[in-house]
Design a protein around this ligand. Sequence first.
Ligand SMILES: Nc1ncnc2c1ncn2[C@@H]1O[C@H](COP(=O)(O)OP(=O)(O)OP(=O)(O)O)[C@@H](O)[C@H]1O
Ligand SMILES: [Mg+2]
Length: 219
Amino acid sequence: MSGAFIVIEGLEGAGKSTVIGAVSEYIKNKGHDVLCTREPGGTPMAEAIRDCVKQDWSTEEVTQETELLLMYAARSQLVHNVIKPAINQGQYVVGDRHNLSSLAYQGGGRQVPDLTMSQLKTMTLGSFSPNFTLYLDIEPILGLSRARGRGELDRIEMAGIAFFERARERYLAEIKTMQQQDAYSAAIIDASQDVDSVRESVLNSLDAWYSEFHHASRS
Ligand SMILES: Nc1ncnc2c1ncn2[C@@H]1O[C@H](COP(=O)(O)OP(=O)(O)OP(=O)(O)O)[C@@H](O)[C@H]1O
Ligand SMILES: [Mg+2]
């Protein structure tokens, strides 16, 4: 029996890392093995790329092409070496970010052309895509103030607010397209709520998806 890939997406401070434990628990309680991943990262090489991407290179400008290619390099390592093998063994993989983050940040935020984005996706992922995406929607100001409360902001978090507004717009547009193609493929969660309410909304959406997915894979 094949597993599934569930992805949690959203801007900095939306609460992805805060809810991933509840998502993982839900799936475990359904009797599945769960593997949590984060992007960029999740393999030794991909974690090294993560450090490289987040680092402040002071006077050396990091071009948007470099950032984009490093993100896809890390994703390729993770999908090839970890995510696909786990799914093939029947595990449920819960990802803290995946390809939608690149579409939002590099595509929306940095305004990398759509064609470049789709070519990179096809090259590194082919037709591989998540079974379910939980998008935690938050206004950038609120998300960043939460992230700031967590400590120093990294290089990407220090991009201007307009960058994050564009990223959020892209997230919402992509989620809408996904839902039009398959109503069960994605859910939008109001992440401005308190932690308990966000968790409850996440679990309700997850439950609706799981029932449908389980039903479809049995029939
Ligand atoms: N619903 C919430 N209300 C208030 N604070 C929250 C909420 N969810 C998370 N937080 C707090 O906000 C901060 C950021 O949350 P978290 O690390 O889960 O965000 P994230 O989406 O994983 O961000 P990043 O993309 O930077 O990893 C943490 O200090 C967390 O405790
Ligand atoms: Mg996080």
